[in-house]
Design a protein around this ligand. Structure first.
Ligand code: PLP
Length: 572
């Protein structure tokens, strides 16, 4: 069978065969679709790409934002300059003729829909629907609901969540999906869909709804959980849902979307073993399972490594468990592929900053959302020590956006710039602007060491380190999130700070973390890089073999299929 034929494509789009609706506020589907802000969106995109590759009968539902997540510029002091990203959905998406309506503050709001098709390796299509309220029929106030991702006040956020949850279910029906048996709530943002399911079922019993819902919680940080005053919700949402809310929340209590998701899902999971543990404590719910996140292997592997894997590990992209065989790739080939990826990064740095970094110097990468708990400036805690151990021996690449409302995050970028300034002439450091998927791919594959030092236990999983591992880049990270499962000290990378124990499960010691960071850099990582390349390359192969083979979304979504969806992939 020619699996990529049009016929196959049509069969694979058959709506009656779709069983799982994946609801997510953001999704990173294409570098030119600015509809995501960070890790949650990238994970959603990778999940849907894996579903398409494996033929898992999923449809995606998300919200279209009229303006993309902002473009970041940085002035010479590291102050973030935000510019709106205008984009034209017509360039990338297809508008469908379907419309549905819902009620907000007694106004009828019309919702339209755009489609984006993800075509998997064998031609299977996962359609993703973008809901949009910027239609001429709507009140100007309502047309602004989806101006920007997580934008505006609490009111706007609530409206966005009504559109995604309630609008999403209505739109699925209007599009003809009649056989959806599972609704996957990717974070609490989607939880209002349960209210519409209750309404549809005639308010009979929650058991049926519960059986249909799967909830993945993504963060132990309180800001990640939406909570609204009951009174406020009452004034916004259609009155038909108020009684259900009272019932679920046991009175007119704050409307916590996480609580709703927890109460109305039969399968609930955290995104790493440790995060599930922390969530079980936080939500006082012993039944929270753990499915560790992954990344879509083919999307995050540098071209040079793709070619290498094609040659030595056939089928790595459809079944990444084959990565266990990475140990058999010749050392010289691994190094050559790595140098190609590193050269690309160094070229990009020169193009963007005018600075020429050195191809043979140990290069450390740190790129992620600039949020306080991620401590981008930890490596600058003791500049004297850093110079002493690293002058002429290391160079560092930073990147990351702070959310426009996150002043702590913005300060963090300024602090990194201060550190850069003080180290001028001693240690070469750059901060690349406008971190996104494309830049993420180039940085995670182009450095030698991937640094991550969040405050424990706030890193629910983390996925950028998994991208690094796919490219033989060694992780040097606090034992939190996925790294607790992925770290074999001195084999796949290195740990920063103490092991998590019962005592420090939910705490961290800044001094211990910093000392460990410097000590290991000085005594282990720098000497190994310059004095024992064979061992270094062996570690690169171990990280591909032990980490990439497991920390991928193909493995992850098969776990969801098996444990939560009870669905069978077509291809495996
Ligand atoms: C992978 C990725 C993330 C998530 O990385 P973390 O390690 O979870 O911080 C965020 N943003 C972009 C652009 C990415 O590519």
């Amino acid at each position: 069978m020619n699996q990529t034929s049009d016929l196959f494509k049509r069969i694979s789009q058959d709506k009656s065969k779709r069983e799982i609706a994946y609801f997510t506020m953001e999704a990173a589907l294409d570098d030119e679709l600015p509809t995501y802000s960070g890790g949650l969106g990238v994970l959603a995109g990778d999940t849907l790409r894996s579903a398409a590759d494996l033929g898992i009968p999923v449809v995606g539902i998300t919200l279209l934002q009229q303006y993309g997540y902002f473009h970041q510029g940085l002035d010479e002091n590291g102050a973030q300059i935000e510019t709106e990203v205008k984009w034209d959905p017509k360039q990338k998406l297809t508008q469908l003729p379907n419309y549905i309506e819902l009620k907000i503050e007694n106004r009828i709001v019309q919702v339209m829909v755009w489609e984006y098709d993800i075509v998997g390796k064998y031609g299977y299509v996962v359609p993703v629907y973008f809901l949009d309220v910027n239609t001429e029929a709507n009140d100007p106030k309502d047309r602004k609901i989806n101006t920007s991702l997580y934008g505006g006040e609490l009111y706007t956020r609530l409206c966005q969540e009504i559109v995604l949850g309630i609008g999403g279910i209505r739109m699925l029906r209007d599009l003809g999906y009649r056989n959806i048996v599972k609704y996957h709530l990717n974070e609490g943002h989607a939880s209002l869909l349960t209210l519409e399911l209750i309404r549809e079922s005639g308010y009979s019993s929650y058991e049926k709804i519960k059986k249909a819902c799967v909830f993945t919680t993504h963060t132990p940080v309180p800001a990640g959980h939406d909570v609204f005053d009951f009174e406020m919700v009452k004034g916004v949402i259609s009155p038909v849902y108020i009684d259900y809310l009272k019932d679920i929340l046991e009175g007119e209590n704050p409307v916590n979307l996480t609580t709703i998701s927890l109460k109305l899902s039969h399968f609930i999971n955290g995104v790493s073993a440790k995060h599930a543990d922390v969530s079980r404590n936080m939500f006082k719910d012993p039944d929270i399972a753990s499915i560790t996140n992954g990344i879509h292997s083919a999307s995050w592997t540098a071209h040079s490594f793709q070619k290498l894997f094609d040659q030595y590990i056939p089928n790595w992209d459809i079944d990444p468990s084959h990565f266990v065989r990475a140990m058999y790739i010749p050392d010289t080939e691994i190094w050559k592929a790595h140098m190609t990826a590193k050269g690309k990064l160094i070229q990009l740095i020169e193009d963007e900053t005018g600075k020429r970094m050195d191809l043979n110097t140990l290069t450390i990468g740190f790129a992620r959302r600039a949020a306080g708990y991620k401590r981008a400036d930890l490596i600058f805690s003791n500049l004297e020590r850093l110079v002493q151990l690293g002058e002429g021996k290391i160079q560092i690449v930073f990147a990351g956006k702070a959310h426009p409302k996150d002043n702590d995050g913005k300060n963090l970028i300024r602090k990194v710039f201060e550190g850069m300034d003080k180290l001028k002439g001693k240690i070469e450091i750059v901060y690349l602007e406008n971190y996104g998927m494309r830049l993420g791919g180039i940085i995670t594959s182009g450095v030698d060491v991937w640094l991550n030092n969040p405050q424990r236990p706030r890193e629910a999983s983390g996925t950028s380190g998994m991208k690094a591992a796919h490219n033989g880049v060694l992780n040097f990270s606090v034992l939190d999130g996925w790294w607790i499962e992925g770290c074999v000290e001195g084999v796949t990378g290195w740990a920063i700070g103490p092991k998590p124990t019962e005592d420090n499960l939910v705490s961290y010691d800044e001094k211990k973390d910093t000392d460990s960071l410097y000590d290991k850099l000085e005594k282990v990582i720098i000497p190994l890089y310059y004095e024992d390349q064979d061992k270094w390359i062996e570690m690169m192969k171990y990280t591909i073999s032990l980490n990439a083979s497991y920390f991928n979304t193909h493995r992850m979504i098969k776990e969801y299929a098996l444990r939560a969806y009870h669905a069978t992939p077509l291809f495996q």
